[in-house]
Design a protein around this ligand. Structure first.
Ligand code: HEC
Length: 136
């Protein structure tokens, strides 16, 4: 019951088809399922395969990052801390200069009904999912 209302209050997702970004209620996704979360919350901007070419990308001031090149751009090592913090939206992460990238930490904290552990689980599983998108 609490879960459902937390999901309904929420917040951030993208109306891809209008090619504008709107804030609409985000539907509930499983914190254990990186793919489901990525598809629901990230693919509209970053593209289904992470190439940065989602349907909402043209509406962005800064193009969404190509998430498949993160390891390659970091000397072959996937920058997991950076990715985790970029998704969470820690202050000081340069990727947040544009403000086009949502601060997912706040969104997931709300989706998780304020449960810090569940929010962390979402960020960890999304980071792992992004790791799996890497191409060399
Ligand atoms: C509304 C569009 C939008 C959505 C939705 C979105 N992003 Fe982003 N994202 C961006 C933009 C734009 C940037 C580049 C920001 C910049 O360069 O200032 C970015 C940057 C990033 C970066 C930083 C890459 C780097 O090299 O620093 C990561 C990681 C990332 N996004 C992951 C995600 C994940 C995971 C999700 C889903 C939870 C997501 N994004 C959802 C627009 C979006």
């Amino acid at each position: 019951m609490i879960r459902t209302s937390a999901a309904v209050i929420l917040l951030f997702s993208v109306c891809a088809f209008a090619q504008t970004v709107k804030k609409v209620p985000a539907h509930y996704t499983s914190p254990a399922n990186g793919k489901q979360m990525y598809t629901a919350h990230c693919a509209a901007c970053h593209g289904a395969d992470g190439q940065g070419d989602g349907p909402a990308a043209p509406a962005m001031k800064t193009m969404p990052t190509n998430l498949t090149q993160l390891a390659q751009k970091n000397g072959g090592k996937f920058p997991d801390n950076h990715v985790f913090n970029a998704i969470k939206g820690e202050v000081g992460v340069p990727a947040h200069g544009s403000k086009d990238m949502p601060v997912w930490g706040d969104v997931f904290r709300a989706v998780s009904g304020g449960h810090e552990a569940e929010m962390q689980q979402r960020l960890v599983n999304l980071t792992e999912y992004v790791r799996g998108l890497q191409k060399d």
